[in-house]
Write a protein that binds this ligand. Sequence first.
Ligand SMILES: [Fe+2]
Ligand SMILES: [Fe+2]
Length: 263
Amino acid sequence: MLSAKSLFQEILDHDESFRLFCSIAAGGESQGGWENGRIAALVPESERALAPRIARHGADEDKHGRIFNALLNKRGLGPVVVPPEADYTMLLEQRGIGLSHDRLRADRPLTVRDVITYLAHSRVTEQRAAEQMRMLCRHFSDHPELGRAVRMISADEDNHLAYSHEELLRFAAAGHGRYVERTLRACAFAEIRVHRDVGLAVMARMGRLLGWSRVRSAVLAAGIHAVYGYERLFGWRRMVTLRMPERRDALGGPAPAAATEVA
Ligand SMILES: [Fe+2]
Ligand SMILES: [Fe+2]
């Protein structure tokens, strides 16, 4: 039977597909870590209070990158190069979503709108990350190799999502509502396309590694296109709404001690 659980189980059970999965995940997480680190360093004076939260956000993503690399190490595997067509973070940047790496490498302080752009990008991509991690948690939270890692990362992604809701609501209340809304929409529509493209690219590679039949590959590709169609028509709304989270200031305070890390 073809379910999300059986699909992931198959990917986890084979070294080469596990290697590709962890390498893609580790690459995206560390890229996010670097971006947040730069954003924290470039926060404008008026938004100084946000800097420790952005730094914490970056530290969490770096930690996730280390966790995926540690999962590879534990199996005696090294990372593989992430194929460009499966590089979610890079593809989003190429579509002009979020802050460009050139902008982040420059030593000029960001503007308030840049900070909103960062938060909108986070609101949308953390929604995706939180949903994917919840799905993994639902099926693998007791898995001997992955359980701890998926539980920890899932809790962190929920925090990142809560934080981006809260901060965007604050900017909207401070008179930036139109910009917040516009940026969120642009980000959501770009993300759902990139998510589809990356999904197709990853599944094509997995299919080759795992020797899937043409029928199986076609069914999976059709599923990815169907999700895209749904998200373009209806699903995008869940990525652009803002709701005050139950847990306020989810990224306040220092990051939990490294001793609790799974890596
Ligand atoms: Fe993450
Ligand atoms: Fe995150």
